[in-house]
Write a protein that binds this ligand. Structure first.
Ligand SMILES: [Zn+2]
Ligand SMILES: [Zn+2]
Length: 243
């Protein structure tokens, strides 16, 4: 058991022993994830969504693609169980910037329920620049991969971020794609492999697209995307217009 897994198990044990209050509504909770059942139930689920890029769809049918992916599929498959609206940003923020274990457990658990790893697939966690990881004190995506029951046993592909990129949320899709081109290098041979790319939140998908392109250029057979949450296009446009 790794050090991170040991600390996670210890925290789970403590939460079972001393249940506290749900961070979202302050109600007493007995749930081992540290959040109450009502708040977990109220989290916005990303269903139905595009099979290829996880963009929310209005159709009730599963397994469909959005108009853009019908013309040109983004990924072999994409999984993002939550919408990045409602209480999801608060959860992701707690986990990403404050290393809150209850938020990490809950997000990892929800992701684990939605994602079933394909046979012989390899996991590539979106690499953080060492400067960012040092600022936060940990690599939150690597942590997520370790906590999620569906990804923790997958073999890993090693990749590096060549340069630090500024926060991408206020850039449009074209600016993001331009910035992310050449941002990564992959150390492991990916020839013929089925790769699952893991990120925290899929917004325009520029980061995952850049890594997917690199994997394909280096001979990967299939590239999937996996994230905790997907930003609906409408929310992203509002953010961009407001900036
Ligand atoms: Zn609650
Ligand atoms: Zn799509």
């Amino acid at each position: 058991m790794s050090f991170h897994s040991f600390i996670a198990e210890l925290q789970r044990w403590l939460m079972r022993l001393m249940p506290g209050h749900c961070p979202l509504c302050q109600c007493p909770t007995l749930h081992t994830s540290g959040y109450c059942a009502a708040c977990i139930h109220a989290l916005p689920r990303n269903r139905p969504c595009c099979y290829s890029c996880a963009l929310p769809l209005s159709s009730v049918e599963e397994g469909l693609c959005c108009a853009r992916c019908l013309r040109r599929p983004r990924f072999h498959h994409a999984t993002a169980p939550l919408l990045y609206t409602g209480d999801t940003p608060a959860l992701v923020h707690s986990f990403k910037f404050h290393a809150a274990l209850p938020a990490a457990f809950l997000l990892a658990e929800l992701m684990g329920k939605a994602f079933h790893p394909p046979q012989k697939a390899w996991l590539l966690t979106v690499p953080q620049h060492p400067h960012r990881a040092r600022q936060r004190g940990f690599d939150h995506i690597d942590w997520l991969a370790t906590l999620c029951p569906s990804t923790r046993r997958m073999p890993r592909i090693t990749a590096h971020r060549r340069y630090d990129t500024p926060p991408l949320r206020h850039l449009d899709r074209r600016q993001r794609l331009k910035l992310m081109k050449d941002a990564f290098s992959i150390e492991t041979d990916v020839t013929g492999k089925h790769i699952v790319l893991l990120d925290d939140v899929m917004t325009t998908g520029a980061t995952l697209n850049a890594l997917a392109t690199l994997c394909r250029q280096q001979g990967a057979r299939r590239v999937e995307a996996l994230a905790i949450a997907r930003t609906p296009l409408s929310a992203w446009r509002e953010l961009h217009t407001a900036s």
